[in-house]
Each structure stands twice: as C-alpha cells, then as structure tokens.
Ligand binder design. Sequence first.
Ligand SMILES: [Cu+2]
Length: 229
Amino acid sequence: MIEQFIPAASTYAGNIDGQIDLIFVLVGFWFILSEAVFFGLIFRFRKKEGQPAEYITGEEKSQKRWITIPHVLVLVCDVFIIWGAINVWYHVKQDLPPAQETVRIIGQQWTWTFVHPGPDKQLGTADDIAKVNELHLKVDTTYHFKLEARDVVHSFSVPVFRLKQDAIPGRVITGWFEPTLTGEFDIQCAEMCGIGHGLMGAKLSVESAAEHAAWVASESPLELAAANM
Ligand SMILES: [Cu+2]
C-alpha cells in the first residue's frame, strides 16, 4: 500500500510497511464499525412523538455488553499489533547483521557529512571519502552506520529505507541498512535543530557495484593524489 506512494528501498522497508498496513486495517475496521453503530443508534433512537426519553445508567448487563465485548476484541487486535511491532523493532533496531561496509554519518547545524570507506573498504584510513550532503551506497550491501551529532540533537531520516534514527551529541549510535533499489533518494533531518532545520537535507545515491566502484575510484583522495603526481 505505502510503496505506491514512496518506494521501499531497503530490506526492512517491507517489514515496516507491513506493520503500518496491519495497524491501518485493524484500526480502520474498528473505526468504521464504531462510527456505523454510533450513528446507527442515534438515528434509530431519534426523537419520536409520544415517546419519552429513557434514563440509562449503563449498569444492566445487556447494555454493558456493548462495551465489554468490543473492548476484549480490540485488546486481541492490540496483541497482534504489539507482537508485530516488537518483531519489526527487533529486526530493524536491535539485531545487527554483520556489516559488509561501514559509513560514518555526522549531523551538525545544518548539514550532513558522510565519510565513506575508500578503495581499502576500511573506515578511518587515509583514503576515506568525506562528502557533504551526499551519501553514496552500493546496492544489495549490508551497511553499518556510525551516527554522530556535533552540536544539538538531529535525526537521520531516509524515507525510502523507512529509517529514522536520532543523532545525539556525545554518542556514536550504530545501526544498519541494506539498500535494495538503485537511484537517487532524499535524506532529511527529522528533529527540530534550529532555524536551518528545514534546509538540512541531503542526497542519497544507491549505485550498482560497478558504478559504486567507479565513484570510489574517482573520489578517493589517494587516487586523486596519485593522479596529480
Ligand atoms: Cu534538524
């Protein structure tokens, strides 16, 4: 349902969409049913000539059933929603699959800096590629991200991944994603972080293995240094 409005471009996007669909269907069912009963009763027991209004305490069993039976059924639906939510949360946020590559993400007022591993595929080495407001990823690759904030709380949001993670000053937060679609997508800060918050967007490029290798080769500082010698 949701991917008709925005692509699902990570391995776990479908899990999150499924959870939202489940909530939509269960809550939607009870919403429509309760509104139908509500307006149906209003219409059925509307003012009629010669019929005095009845005072209802709501203590009779036959009346209380209108509350208790739907109440129990709604609680049963809640169990399904909570069970699904715990599973999705565990998969996305708690369980960390082994990384094939790692990127560093730094939020600050009001820009994102992305540090990509260079040709050696290791972060924290001389050939790292730092980019402002540009994140380059290889499709079908499991990434860990190390998320930091330099000043205030930011939130790293990638709608096509269905990923949103707060960045907290003084902490390095590790998470993961695996892109499944190539293309250009939006990244946006999703936590009010000052007057430039609305402008704190970035571009995500998900590339095929060959495209990504070409990008790494063309951007690597060591390669550039060698080319300039
Ligand atoms: Cu912000």
